[in-house]
Design a protein around this ligand. Structure first.
Ligand code: NI
Length: 171
C-alpha cells in the first residue's frame, strides 16, 4: 500500500525515532509499504518518519539500470566512515523539487537488522553511501537542508510552506 509522504516542515520530520525491538507483522507491512511508496514516488530511499511512523526503519534501492535491489534496514547505524568525502546533489521526497550539494563521507560501513532479525553489515560507496547516510539522518530528525546555510534553508522551507498551502487548498 502506498502511504502519503509528509512534506517539510512537519514536527514528525524533526524528531528522533524509536528502535525496532521485534520484527512484528506491522514492521514487515511498514517495510513493504515503504518500498512501494519509494518506487512509486520515485525515489532511491525512504525513512519511516517520512510516512509518519516514528521507527528506525529505512528502505533503499540505488540501482539506476538493471534489476532492482530493494533493501530494508532496521536500526541502521554507521560503524565506520571514510575520511575522504563526496559531494552529491541531494534531494528528498519530503522536500520535493529542491536539490543542493551536501558533503558526506565517501564510504561508510553500516550495521543493521534485517527482516529475519539477523544482524547485517555492509560497506556502501557512491550513491549508496550518500543515500544510507541521508536516510539514517531522517531517523535522528535531520534533513539534508540542515547541512546548508541558514538563508538557503529558510528559502527552501518557505517554498515548502507555500507548496503545502497550495496542496491543502486543492484537497
Ligand atoms: Ni530524505
Amino acid at each position: 500500500m502506498i502511504r502519503p509522504i509528509l512534506i517539510h516542515p512537519d514536527p514528525r520530520l524533526k524528531k528522533p525515532c524509536e528502535a525496532v525491538t521485534d520484527v512484528t507483522p506491522e514492521v514487515r507491512t511498514l517495510a513493504l509499504d515503504m518500498l512501494e511508496t519509494m518506487y512509486d514516488a520515485p525515489g532511491v530511499g525512504l525513512a519511516a518518519p517520512q510516512v509518519g511512523v516514528m521507527s528506525r526503519v529505512i528502505v533503499m534501492d540505488c540501482i539506476k539500470d538493471g534489476p532492482p535491489e530493494p533493501m530494508v534496514l532496521l536500526n541502521p547505524r554507521v560503524v565506520w566512515s571514510s575520511e575522504d568525502v563526496n559531494i552529491y546533489e541531494e534531494g528528498c521526497l519530503s522536500i520535493p523539487d529542491q536539490y543542493a550539494e551536501v558533503k558526506r563521507p565517501a564510504s561508510v560501513t553500516v550495521e543493521w537488522m534485517d527482516l529475519e532479525g539477523e544482524t547485517q553489515e555492509r560497506t556502501f560507496t557512491g550513491l549508496w553511501a550518500t543515500c544510507v547516510q541521508h536516510e539514517i539522518d531522517h531517523l535522528d530528525g535531520k534533513l539534508f537542508i540542515d547541512y546548508l546555510g541558514p538563508l538557503k534553508r529558510q528559502m527552501i522551507t518557505r517554498k515548502m510552506e507555500k507548496l503545502k498551502r497550495e496542496r491543502a487548498r486543492m484537497a
